[in-house]
Design a protein around this ligand. Structure first.
Ligand code: SIN
Length: 518
């Protein structure tokens, strides 16, 4: 069990030798445990199916982390059936008891901070600070949804009465079986957060992690199990291909779903759900093409460090990553010089080593994408820095800054999900705003200016769900539950409500109006 250290993305910025020591020890323990085979978890029981897929680390593709079950269509259906069978008991469990169990799960996640963080570093390629941040964010998201249940007294509200004989209430009740399909980049927070929200509201969960991150998914499962989540309430199903995910999406016995991932898959799920016999809720978080606007009245040091952190943190593989910068013509050269200086100082390498801020990108497919996109940037624009892969055993690439890309180039609109940022200049702020808004996405956006009127103008006009002004720790990244609600507009999100926000947990319940007359 780890020593208690409160971690957020902000506290992580300050050096903490104790934290480093505990993390380094966990890295050694994690390596010593590599190579095990992990089960599915259905109806409170571990299940092996006979065929497995192998998870290798993107840091070194010879490093076999473990073997995970290749769940079948039947396994997915069994998980859904187990969740259905457990629903009645769980929804009738007093919400205060559900909160107590989920708070316990959150505490277990915090207790296991370093071991889960070390696994995430190997599994995703996160540096120690990003990995520990993800683990603690998972726990804090669950705690936040528990807080919301308590603050709202279980979401049962007495309404006005027509007469003394009338007793009217509005009650929010869970839907039933909820699917959670999570992405590789935040395998803790974007799996545990939605699962915690769904369960505290009284739903039962079928959870499928990204194929690249089954190990963190398993560790999360053990936290829910060890906290006393009853059999069937939380089910974990892995698969090596599309079978498990597609079965879950296609099943009319799933009452709602939370999906975080690409726009194309998110829209596929939304369309599939729209075609089912009854309406069913979809919470889809679908990425971004996040802009930062740098005014001529900006503090350029703040702007450069904020952009560098958001463009290259976690190798640009955050939905919130900054991938486009519009900088005023008058300060463009100086901004680029500062951005370049900071980027040159980034160490790319094994992210479990303290000196490396950037680790590898997640897999061979995106390694090939990186080469394709940087090839286009070399051909059609001007690569100021990077644009090359590194000759190592893992998927290591250089952070890349490019400018002079034609305005109508498709890379201005495509979510690359890689450490690539493109920079363009503008003369007129309104022109920059028009370009910033001219994409299908609307997740996060950043602005740098020391002028209050310009700041108001930015907040009034940008089309995105998460805004940051003059932020050095990240121009467009780094939301934390309770501090920043995280959710997208336009093609970035389907519900208009954000994660870690006042309005999130309600999405896992439907409203019932109850009138009882004496
Ligand atoms: C993400 O979900 O991609 C990142 C969250 C954040 O950076 O705020």
């Amino acid at each position: 069990m780890s020593e208690k250290i409160k971690v957020t993305y902000s506290t992580l910025a300050s050096p903490n030798p104790k934290l480093d020591l505990l993390y380094d020890e966990a890295v050694q323990r994690t390596k010593a445990n590599f190579g095990q085979t992990f089960p599915l978890f259905i109806n409170g029981e571990e299940r092996s199916v006979g065929t497995t897929f192998t998870k290798v680390s993107p840091i070194d593709t010879d490093l076999v982390m473990g073997h995970f079950q290749k769940g079948s269509e039947q396994d997915a259906l069994d998980a859904i059936a187990a969740a259905r069978a457990a629903f009645d008991g769980w929804r009738k469990t007093p919400w205060q008891d559900r909160v107590a169990i989920l708070r316990k799960a959150a505490d277990l996640i915090s207790d296991r901070l370093f071991d889960m963080g070390a696994v995430m570093s190997f599994e995703v390629g996160k540096n120690r600070l990003e990995a520990l941040g993800d683990v603690e964010e998972t726990a804090d998201l669950i705690r936040y949804y528990c807080d919301q249940m308590e603050t709202n007294d279980g979401f049962a509200v007495t309404l006005k009465s027509e007469t003394q004989r009338h007793h009217n209430r509005s009650v929010l009740k869970p839907y039933g079986v909820w699917a959670v399909i999570s992405p590789f980049n935040f395998p803790g927070a974007l799996a545990g957060g939605p699962s915690g929200g769904a369960m505290v509201a009284g739903n039962t969960v079928v959870f499928k992690p990204a194929t690249d991150t089954p190990y963190t998914g398993w560790l999360l499962t053990t936290c829910f199990r060890d906290a006393g989540v009853p059999a069937g309430v939380f089910n974990f199903v892995t698969g090596g291909g599309r079978t498990v995910g597609q079965t879950i999406i296609d099943s009319d016995d799933v009452d709602g779903i939370t999906f975080t991932g690409s726009y194309d898959v998110g829209m596929h799920i939304i369309r599939t759900f729209a075609g089912s016999p009854l309406p069913r809720p979809v919470i889809a978080e679908m990425g971004g093409k996040n802009p930062t606007i740098v005014s001529k009245k900006a503090d350029l040091d703040k702007a450069a460090v904020g952009v560098m952190r958001s463009a290259f943190g976690l190798q640009g593989q955050k939905c919130s990553a900054c991938s486009r910068v519009y900088v005023h013509q008058g300060v463009k050269d100086e901004f680029e010089r500062k951005l370049l200086e900071l980027t040159e100082r980034i160490n790319v390498g094994d992210p479990t080593q303290k000196e490396n801020w950037m680790g590898p990108i997640i897999n061979k497919g995106v390694y090939e994408d990186y080469q394709k996109f940087t090839g286009e940037l070399h051909r059609d624009g001007n690569v100021l820095y990077g644009g090359k892969v590194l000759d190592r055993k893992g998927y290591f690439v250089m952070p890349t800054i490019a400018n002079d890309l034609p305005e109508d180039h498709h890379l201005w609109k495509l979510e690359m999900f890689l450490p690539i940022v493109t920079v363009a200049s503008f003369d007129d702020l309104d022109d920059a705003m028009a370009k910033a808004n001219d994409v299908e996405y609307g997740l996060t956006a950043g602005f740098y200016s020391e002028d209050e009127d310009e700041i108001e103008w930015f907040l009034d006009n940008i089309e995105a769900g998460v805004l940051y002004v003059n932020r050095e720790t990240g121009a467009t990244t780094g939301a934390w539950p309770g501090y920043q609600a995280f959710g997208g507009w336009k093609g970035s999100g389907s519900t208009g409500k954000a994660g870690g926000s006042l309005y999130y947990v309600q999405q896992y319940m439907h409203e019932q109006s109850q009138t009882v007359v004496d």
